[in-house]
Design a binder for this molecule. Structure first.
Ligand SMILES: *[C@@H]1O[C@H](CO)[C@@H](O)[C@H](O)[C@H]1NC(C)=O
Ligand SMILES: *[C@@H]1O[C@H](CO)[C@@H](O)[C@H](O)[C@H]1NC(C)=O
Ligand SMILES: *[C@@H]1O[C@H](CO)[C@@H](O)[C@H](O)[C@H]1NC(C)=O
Ligand SMILES: *[C@@H]1O[C@H](CO)[C@@H](O)[C@H](O)[C@H]1NC(C)=O
Ligand SMILES: *[C@@H]1O[C@H](CO)[C@@H](O)[C@H](O)[C@H]1NC(C)=O
Length: 375
């Protein structure tokens, strides 16, 4: 009996890696993305330009990933200052947008010497991240107050310049992304225990976009991370920390206190959903900060089919974007093991990113496949 069982386990153990070898795997991508070096703990807000070149922000600037010390814009240049950046987006018609959550504004740094104020967001809690409609006439922002466990979503109509608060049913809102066809808006929601700082519930909420006026409506929880994790029995091998230990009281102690998880199951849900990006056919990629993991979900199917993908070097993934010459390289930035330095992992996906594809064309206004007729 004993040996039979052992044999069965051996068979399973041999079979599993063979099957999983064909699955895409994230690998260390520092060689192609040395621009992350030295950016520090505030690295996030990745974006892509028309050529597939990738960018990221830290609190003080916007940087290209393909070269070390490749700064596009840095705090103070052109007389414009920020409190700390967290997002960036390249556009065809609106310039290069970077979001300053604590400064409550969005800047356009397309001409880095002459940055302009794109949006006064003083009504907002932040903005944390943003997503832009294919015609670049609608922008949606997430935001939160971490301490208070609350979040919000805003809709900015670029033409009328009207900024509207969207009815929000979730807790802290962080990752935000429109679907490939602009029919839906996906937003992460999370709340934590204010004593232990552990995440209690985290999810993805989906809205329908009202075609007539662009307003997100009918919010539904479409993915429950705890359930997905339990159903899959997934724990990253070498990740997991009490991510928010002492964060609210002492940021330095927090950094020092972070240590590798001993018994993952004892540390329920010790991750925080962060940035999300979609490909041009509806597959959503979502980072799980502190958990060395990206969730890949083809949103044309049930969320129960979503898969966990363990990262190789990014232990604290904050955001991601699809870039490269064909826009298919899923590139994830964040902090490395031990909460130190900056790391970057990538894998080759089968489909170009939503943002990359839209930068090639005319925003789908003609309904043509812009990937094929890009010049
Ligand atoms: C980047 O800047 C840092 C700090 O100024 C410097 O130490 C490093 O050598 C630079 N790297 C390159 C490749 O220029
Ligand atoms: C940016 O510069 C301003 C003005 O010097 C300063 O007050 C602010 O703290 C700087 N922001 C960051 C993130 O360093
Ligand atoms: C965030 O919430 C906390 C706790 O409710 C509050 O003390 C603080 O003023 C809020 N911060 C902002 C920027 O609203
Ligand atoms: C938060 O954690 C504390 C300490 O473990 C516990 O007593 C409390 O019930 C928790 N609160 C919630 C809402 O889970
Ligand atoms: C958090 O701070 C308290 C009080 O300073 C300390 O007792 C505790 O060990 C700290 N927790 C961690 C995980 O370092």
């Amino acid at each position: 009996m004993k040996s039979l069982l052992a044999f069965a386990f051996l068979a399973l153990a041999t079979a599993a890696p063979t099957g999983s070898q064909s699955e895409p795997q994230f690998k260390n991508a520092i060689g192609k993305n040395p621009g992350v070096i030295g950016l520090g703990g505030g690295i996030e807000g990745t974006s892509v330009d028309k050529t597939g070149k990738l960018y990221t922000v830290n609190s003080v600037g916007l940087y290209a990933l393909d070269k070390e010390n490749s700064t596009l814009w840095t705090n103070g240049t052109g007389g414009m200052s920020v409190v700390g950046l967290s997002s960036s987006r390249f556009t065809r018609t609106l310039g290069t947008l970077i979001g300053d959550p604590s400064g409550h504004k969005v800047l356009n740094v397309q001409d880095p010497k002459k940055p302009t104020l794109f949006l006064d967001a003083s009504q907002m809690l932040q903005p944390n991240d943003m997503t832009i409609s294919l015609d670049e006439k609608k922008i949606y922002f997430s935001g939160m107050n971490w301490t208070a466990n609350v979040g919000e979503v805003w809709y900015y109509n670029v033409e009328s310049k009207k900024l509207e608060k969207v009815p929000w049913t979730g807790d802290r809102a962080n990752g935000i992304e429109l679907s490939h066809d602009d029919a839906h808006l996906y937003v992460t929601s999370a709340r934590h225990n204010t004593t232990t700082f552990q995440t209690l519930f985290s999810s993805v909420i989906r809205y329908d976009i009202n075609k007539a006026n662009g307003m997100p409506e009918n919010p539904q929880t479409v993915l429950d991370y705890r359930k997905l994790r339990n159903d899959a029995g997934y724990f990253p091998k070498d990740a997991g920390t009490n991510m928010y230990a002492n964060l609210s009281t002492d940021a330095t102690a927090y950094g020092a206190a972070v240590k590798d998880r001993k018994n993952p199951q004892d540390n329920e849900m010790d991750f925080d959903p962060d940035g999300m990006r979609m490909d041009s056919k509806g597959t959503l990629f979502a980072t799980l900060n502190a958990w060395k993991t990206v969730v890949m979900w083809d949103t044309t199917k049930a969320s129960t089919t979503a898969k966990f993908m363990e990262l190789e070097t990014v232990y604290w993934p904050t955001n991601l974007e699809l870039g490269g010459p064909e826009g298919k390289t899923v590139t994830v930035v964040g902090k490395c093991k031990g909460n130190a330095n900056t790391c970057v992992d990538s894998f080759e996906h089968s489909t170009p990113g939503r943002a990359f594809k839209n930068l090639q064309g005319d925003g789908g206004n003609t309904g043509k496949d812009t990937t094929d007729d890009c010049s």
